[in-house]
Design a protein around this ligand. Structure first.
Ligand code: FES
Ligand SMILES: [Fe+2]
Length: 357
C-alpha cells in the first residue's frame, strides 16, 4: 500500500474472496516472528553501576553505558564461549566478559583478547541502535533503525514526562493484539466507545499506520462514569502503530487528554508481552514537576494499565483466523496486509543463535 493512501479505497489489484470482494488477509506465516521496530529495554537508572541483560525477542541482549556516556545494546552471549555479558563489567569504553575478560566496545566489536596477538574475526557482538528517552532505553530490532523512535505527531517528546513502565501478558500472537488498532467492531463491543463518525485510517509515514476516530463513552463501569464526569462524554482517539508493534495512543476528551504507548513484544511461546508507558505534559514550574507530574502519571498509569489488562483478560485465546474475517472487518484485513508487508523485510532480523563453536 502506498503510505499516503487511505484504508477503504478500492484495491483492485488484490485477490478477491467471495461476493464482498474483500482483499485477502495474509497467512499467519507472512508475519515476522520478531518485527523490526523499537522496543523499550530497561530504565536508564539500572545502568548506573552495571550492565543489564534480559531475554527479549527470543534472544539474550545486554545494555550498558560507557564511561563517556555512550549507550549500547548488543547481543549478550559472548562470541567466545557464550558467557552472559550482563554478568560482566563496564571498564572505560568497553564491556568486559566475566569469563575470559574479552572486551567489547559500544559497537559490539571486540577490542581486546587477553594473551592473543590478534582479535579473531568472529569476535563481534550484534549491535542494535539504542536511544534514551523519558528515562528509558529503547532499541531497534535490526542493524539499522528503519525509522526514528516515534512520538506523537506535532508534539515534542521533550515536552513530556514518562511514567513508570507497566506490562501485562496477552495470550495471542503480537499481530493479533496489534490489529486491535483497526478492529472497528471492538471499540464498542469491548471498550464501550460508540463511534460518532467513520474512522479515518491512513498511513501518515512509511512504517506507520494510523486510525483516528471520534466516539462517545457509553459504558456503565465506574471508570467510564468517572471519565464522563471528569473528562467529558466524548473522545477523539488516535492510534498510530509504528513498525507493527509500537502503538502511540492519544485520547482527547472534552476536558482532558491522555497519551501513552504500548509496545507489543512477541514471546517465544507465541504470546505477547505488552509494555506500556503513560505520558504527561511536563509542568514548567518546579512545584508542578515535583508534585503534579508524578501524581498525574501515577493515576494515568493505574487507569491505563487496569483498562488494558482487563481487556487482555477478557479476550483470552483469541487467534488469527483469516478465513473468519468478513466485510465489517475490512480495515483489520488491510491492517494485517500492512503488517505482512512490513514483516517481509523483517525476516532477516531473526534472532542470532548462541555461539556453538
Ligand atoms: S566466554 Fe567471554 S571471554 Fe570467554
Ligand atoms: Fe482494544
Amino acid at each position: 500500500m502506498n503510505h499516503s493512501s487511505k484504508i477503504g479505497d478500492e484495491d483492485r489489484s488484490a485477490p478477491m474472496t467471495g461476493v464482498e470482494e474483500l482483499p485477502q488477509a495474509p497467512p499467519a506465516a507472512a508475519f515476522a516472528q520478531y518485527p523490526a521496530s523499537w522496543y523499550p529495554f530497561c530504565h536508564v537508572d539500572e545502568l548506573r553501576t552495571k550492565p543489564v541483560s534480559k531475554r527479549i525477542l527470543g534472544r539474550d541482549l545486554v545494555a550498558f553505558r560507557t564511561a563517556s556516556g555512550k549507550l549500547s545494546v548488543i547481543n549478550a552471549r559472548c562470541s567466545h564461549l557464550g558467557a552472559n555479558l550482563g554478568c560482566g563489567h563496564v571498564i572505560g569504553e568497553s564491556l568486559q566478559c566475566p569469563f575470559h575478560n574479552w572486551k567489547y566496545g559500544a559497537d559490539g566489536r571486540c577490542t581486546h583478547v587477553p594473551g592473543a596477538t590478534r582479535i579473531p574475526d568472529f569476535a563481534r557482538q550484534d549491535a542494535y541502535p539504542a536511544v534514551e528517552r523519558h528515562g528509558y532505553v529503547f532499541f531497534f530490532n535490526g542493524p539499522e533503525a528503519l525509522f526514528p523512535l516515534p512520538f506523537f505527531f506535532d508534539e515534542r517528546a521533550e515536552d513530556y514526562t514518562g511514567g513508570q513502565l507497566f506490562s501485562f501478558d496477552s495470550d495471542c500472537p503480537w499481530y493479533v493484539t496489534s490489529a486491535h488498532a483497526c478492529d472497528i467492531q471492538h471499540f464498542e463491543a469491548v471498550h464501550d466507545r460508540r463511534l460518532l463518525a467513520k474512522p479515518v485510517i491512513d498511513c501518515p509515514a512509511p512504517f506507520a499506520m494510523r486510525n483516528r476516530y471520534h466516539a462517545e463513552l457509553i459504558g456503565d463501569t465506574l471508570l467510564d462514569r468517572t471519565l464522563r464526569l471528569i473528562a467529558g462524554p466524548e473522545v477523539k482517539i488516535t492510534i498510530t502503530t509504528w513498525g507493527g508493534t509500537m502503538a502511540l495512543i492519544s485520547g482527547d476528551f472534552t476536558r482532558a487528554h491522555s497519551r501513552f504507548l504500548i509496545s507489543s513484544q512477541p514471546l517465544e511461546n507465541g504470546n505477547t508481552l505488552c509494555v506500556g508507558i503513560v505520558f504527561t505534559r511536563t509542568h514548567q514550574n518546579p512545584i508542578g514537576r515535583l508534585l503534579w507530574d508524578p501524581a498525574i502519571l501515577f493515576v494515568r498509569r493505574i487507569f491505563t494499565h487496569g483498562y488494558l489488562k482487563d481487556e487482555a483478560r477478557r479476550l483470552r485465546q483469541t487467534c488469527y483466523n483469516p478465513a473468519g474475517l468478513i466485510a465489517p472487518d475490512r480495515p483489520m484485513i488491510e491492517y494485517y496486509r500492512w503488517l505482512a508487508g512490513l514483516s517481509q523485510g523483517a525476516a532477516q532480523y531473526a534472532p542470532t543463535q548462541p555461539p556453538s563453536r
